[in-house]
Write a protein that binds this ligand. Structure first.
Ligand SMILES: NC(=O)CC(=O)C(=O)O
Length: 287
């Protein structure tokens, strides 16, 4: 039996509709879909929400929607109750966060255990600042500050690394989480777009899986052509071999996948990268 994933588990990814301007309505919608997921697949142990699911994904809106993260804050207390009600490990997407000490705003993922405790947060480390001619210009750094830590959380099933969207383009976070902390999966609440999604979304998920022989889980908002940002959709799960084992379309929907310790063990046995790395040749890279 795998040392890094203790049992077979079912995971649900909720591809919520692109967030409306009404935060309370966005939270309620997440609750409706989590309830639906548990009713449809009661054995679900882990649920994932998209990036910025409670606010518009827009540089000029992050500060307006930002919350101080405390157990009492609106989104934290709301998600905490859902995690404990359904006894799930909840990767509650990401929300805009404001740090009252520094007045800085972050794009922050919230992770809850089955008792509803907020066990960790991950502030997006790599901000999405791009300027693609005839494509898309986006500059999160106009209002956001970058986080400065790698995040790996311990769940009842094993360790899971967390990144947010653009973080997946930097293999180092996944590498550290998988290799230093023995994570069996990376989870990225994300919101790629209709320019970069078609070229890089699947490729990056599969690459993070194959590099580290782990599951990679991307949860996107559904596409909303009426919002200023057109999310790519296509929430997906890539297995340790890089096969896409579950994938959404572009509309609001829930997808499920079974994560199996055997899939990790078998692939690591047949392609034993973990025994073959040459840290004598590349000593600076994470062991
Ligand atoms: N939205 C992001 O953070 C990243 C993205 O869309 C991309 O990398 O492409």
């Amino acid at each position: 039996m795998s040392k890094i994933l203790s049992q077979k588990i079912k995971i649900a990814l909720i591809q919520l509709s692109g967030s409306s301007p009404n935060k309370k309505a966005n939270l309620e919608r997440a609750a409706t879909f989590i309830d639906k997921a548990i009713k449809e697949q009661p054995e679900t142990k882990v649920v994932v929400l998209p990036e910025c699911f409670n606010s518009p994904y827009s540089v000029d809106k992050f500060r307006e929607y930002a919350e101080i993260i405390t157990p009492e804050s609106e989104s934290v207390s709301f998600l905490s109750k859902l995690a404990s009600k359904y006894k799930i490990t909840l990767f509650g997407g990401s929300i805009p966060e404001i740090d009252p000490k520094t007045d800085k705003v972050y794009n922050t993922a919230l992770i809850f255990n089955e008792s509803g405790d907020l066990i960790d947060t991950h502030r997006k480390v790599h901000l999405f600042d791009v300027d693609i001619p005839n494509g898309i210009t986006f500059k999160e750094s106009i209002t956001l500050s970058p986080g400065s830590k790698e995040t790996t959380v311990t769940t009842p099933f094993g360790n899971i690394g967390v990144g947010i969207c653009y973080d997946m383009r930097f293999p180092e976070l996944a590498m550290i989480s998988a290799r230093k902390h023995n994570s069996f999966a990376m989870i990225y609440p994300s919101a790629f777009n209709t320019v970069t999604g078609p070229v890089h979304w699947h490729l990056l998920a599969r690459a993070r899986s194959v590099d580290n022989q782990i599951y990679t889980i991307l949860c996107s908002p559904a596409r909303n052509m009426e919002s200023s940002y057109h999310a790519y959709g296509h929430s997906l799960v890539s297995d340790p071999k890089g096969n896409i084992i579950a994938e959404a379309g572009i509309d609001e929907e829930i997808i499920y996948a079974d994560l199996d310790p055997k899939a990790i063990d078998d692939f690591r046995m047949s392609v034993p990268l973990y025994k073959q790395r040459r840290f004598d040749v590349y000593p600076d890279v994470s062991k």
